[in-house]
Design a protein around this ligand. Structure first.
Ligand code: YNC
Ligand code: MG
Length: 402
């Protein structure tokens, strides 16, 4: 019945998938309350300073124990501290959008919600939004209607900073997704995935046959493939912007954002998060393609042999082949993406990833099957807050899937 969500400026289940005019659902921006709503007795609001390693560690600890699990509680996302650094401190980030709830007495952090500023292209509109992520409430405080209080507080803070619309993703169904993607998984270490209970052994197969099925060459095949470097930012940015412009819902990134989201910076501390490879044409030295993936581990709950799964998630990519025109354009793009993604799998395997994940967005359906990805149980729903537009079938993307 969505007691909370039915009061919010979001699309309703009973409205048509096609709309006449795109725009804000609530166009009047009334005065923004100066103070947060009160919390239950014994709890207090805090603005976290995530330039402080200690406070970042508290967020890390909360998420490690209490963030998203699969439906059978076998795995729980384990975002590393370096991942959180990357995800919540993108260019233009605001401290005001890192919101926590503490216990008054002990100061223990028991809830969190974050936003980062992002410009989105939604069909033919360019919209200043916040991307809301990492909503998390301590397991002992669940089902007490704290989530709506956190959501209203992050909304108030975004409004204070002049942002009136938002994008967010969730596995749960809420009113009403603008798009829905499915997770696909490609085994890199099939035996480990089997041992942790992630991959089943098909009745008509054997372990050895499964292992062989997912074997990969030891070397990549694309001529001119190399890691992205700082000097590539303008060209990668240009290629990515042109590619994303083909889709109905996508972020609009400037070069600072391209650098932040795609370029690995050697800091010497913490786990590496992002890997990006470009294809530099051996003759013209132009960047013709790139792809990227990030590391997100999942903790294996209650397994003696394995503590965690190292998963690579396909992130942004683009290829000049995507701009070809003519009757065979799609076919050519399919061939190109398949060779690029096969190289991505080879690289991920060399970095000891166990599985490679991708969603049904961008042009991913052109390679998922051929690259031996299989559909997972998980769905990812995309939502817009205070923005009305028609349903978008596939071809949606945003850093909000992280
Ligand atoms: C969810 N994931 O339906 P109704 S994703 C949004 N996103 O409301 P309570 C959610 N709403 O149905 P609990 C939600 N999950 O009555 C539940 N809800 O209208 C709704 N899990 O609140 C739910 N992280 O406090 C219901 O529930 C109401 O104690 C119930 O807390 C929920 O980050 C939660 O999955 C998810 O930590 C915090 O279960 C808790 O169960 C938990 O009684 C594990 O809440 C971790 C987890 C969610 C990951 C994510 C995106 C969040 C988006 C939030 C919406 C942002 C809107 C835009 C705001 C900015 C606007 C501007 C400008
Ligand atoms: Mg609650």
């Amino acid at each position: 019945s969505y007691k909370f969500w039915s009061t919010q400026p979001v699309a309703r289940f009973d409205e048509p998938d096609k709309v006449d005019t795109d725009g804000e659902i609530q166009k009047e921006h009334g005065p923004v309350p100066e103070n947060p709503s009160p919390l239950l007795n014994g709890f207090e609001w805090v603005t976290l300073d995530l330039t402080d390693g200690q406070q970042m560690h508290e967020v890390y600890e909360l998420l490690t124990g209490h963030y998203v699990e699969d439906s059978e509680a076998m795995f729980r996302f384990n975002y590393s501290a370096s991942f959180l650094e990357w995800a919540v401190k993108s260019p233009g980030w605001l401290k005001n959008w890192h919101v926590g709830v503490r216990v008054v007495g002990s100061k223990k952090l028991v809830a969190f919600i974050s936003g980062i500023p992002t410009t989105l292209k939604i069909r033919n509109h360019t919209v200043k939004t916040s991307e809301i992520n990492f909503l998390c409430i301590h397991k002992k405080l669940r089902s007490k209607r704290l989530a709506p209080v956190l959501i209203k507080e992050i909304t108030r803070r975004c409004n204070q900073d002049g942002v009136w619309s938002a994008i967010y993703t969730a596995g749960v169904l809420l009113p009403k997704p603008v798009s829905t993607c499915r997770y696909f998984h490609r085994s890199l270490d099939w035996l480990k995935l089997y041992e942790v209970g992630f991959s089943p052994l098909p009745i008509k197969s054997t372990k050895q046959r499964q292992i062989s099925k997912y074997a990969l060459p030891s070397k990549t095949a694309t001529a001119g493939l190399r890691e992205m470097e700082e000097k590539d930012i303008p060209e990668v940015g240009d290629l990515l912007r042109r590619y994303l412009d083909k889709f109905d819902l996508a972020p609009v990134y400037d070069d600072a954002e391209v650098s932040h989201w795609l370029l690995h910076k050697e800091t010497g501390k913490g786990e590496r998060v992002i890997w990006t490879y470009v294809v530099e044409d051996p003759k013209t030295h132009k960047i013709t393609d790139f792809f990227s993936f990030y590391l997100l581990e999942s903790a294996v709950i209650g397994n003696n042999k394995h503590k965690s799964i190292r998963a690579a998630y396909l992130f942004y990519y683009a290829s000049e082949t995507a701009f070809e025109e003519g009757p065979d354009a799609r076919k050519h793009l399919k061939v190109r993406l398949n060779s690029l993604m096969n190289d991505a799998l080879i690289l991920a395997k060399s970095y000891k990833f166990d599985v490679f994940n991708a969603l049904t967005l961008l042009d991913n359906t052109l390679f998922l099957e051929e690259q031996k990805f299989g559909p997972g149980d998980g769905q990812l729903h995309y939502y817009l807050f205070n923005w009305r537009t028609g349903a978008i079938a596939g071809g949606i993307t945003s850093s909000n899937d992280i």
